[in-house]
Design a protein around this ligand. Structure first.
Ligand code: KIV
Length: 265
């Protein structure tokens, strides 16, 4: 399987071939995603909530991201890996943004980076792209600034739709190679997808975006705290894992495990 390039994502849009992306934060998950031949993996800062137990993504650091990007790259060497820029790692100055984006590629060894925001980050996106780092945008519901947006809720409704479209156009003009559209009305996802020449990847962006992304732990039933409406749970692993652990406990207590075949002569 050949790793897809940013140019290839563009060709996929032109051919109407949907782009598939999920998150991963460790080696075994990345290995399984590559085995299933998905197009891209996002090492998202959702790491903080899905894996590290926080209730927001805000506290995520560059070092934490790089720590998790490395094993994902090792687990899926032939898959395009996107590293998420954490809150505060690209908003201080263009120099800071370029330095941190470059760290993602140099230390994490991922293929491109993603950052949140629209027109307000367009100049930063241009600077990072000019420095040689491919950038994926992320607009609509942007979890890093969720308190400014009034909570985890749908964005771009009514008059606000025009603002999200302007953000998308600004990111495209700045050189982003694709854009994540999170939690917006389906009609707006369709409109933005039609207006842009770069691919859109939806998460709660409706059926007409050029691709879809889901958080691994949401789709596998491994995150029980909250499941957004846009998530499809493809399997519910949590109860299966609890049952396996209960069985293990019972078998150890009763002496049913280990059996003779598990022992050394
Ligand atoms: O961090 C993440 O997982 C994301 C997705 C929700 C797109 O940004």
């Amino acid at each position: 399987m050949a790793k897809i390039t940013t140019q290839k994502t563009q060709e996929m849009k032109e051919k109407g071939e949907k782009i598939t992306m999920v998150t991963a934060y460790d080696y075994p998950t990345a290995y399984l995603v590559e085995k299933a031949c998905l197009d891209m993996i996002l090492v998202g800062d959702s790491l903080m909530m899905a894996v590290l137990g926080d209730n927001s993504t805000v506290a995520c650091t560059m070092d934490q991201m790089i720590h998790h990007i490395k094993p994902v790259v090792l687990g899926a060497p032939n898959t395009h890996i996107v590293g998420d820029m954490p809150f505060g790692s690209y908003n201080v100055s263009k120099e800071q943004a370029i330095t941190n984006a470059s760290r993602m590629l140099k230390e994490g060894r991922c293929d491109s980076i993603k950052l949140e925001g629209g027109r307000e980050v367009a100049e930063t996106v241009k600077a990072i792209v000019d420095a040689g780092v491919p950038v994926m945008g992320h607009i609509g519901l942007t979890p890093q600034t969720v308190s400014k947006l009034g909570g985890f809720k749908i964005q771009g409704k009514g008059d606000a739709a025009g603002d999200v479209l302007k953000d998308a156009l600004a990111l495209e003009a700045a050189g982003a190679y694709s854009i994540v559209l999170e939690c917006i009305p389906e009609s707006l996802g369709k409109l933005i997808t039609e207006k842009l020449s770069i691919p859109t990847i939806g998460i709660g962006g409706g059926r007409y975006t050029d691709g879809q992304v889901l958080v691994f732990h949401d789709m596998m039933g491994l995150f029980e705290r909250f499941t957004p409406k846009f998530v499809k749970q493809y399997i519910n692993l949590s109860p299966e894992i609890v049952t396996a652990l209960e069985t293990y406990k019972e078998e150890v207590k009763s002496g049913a495990f280990p059996e003779e075949k598990h022992t050394f002569k």
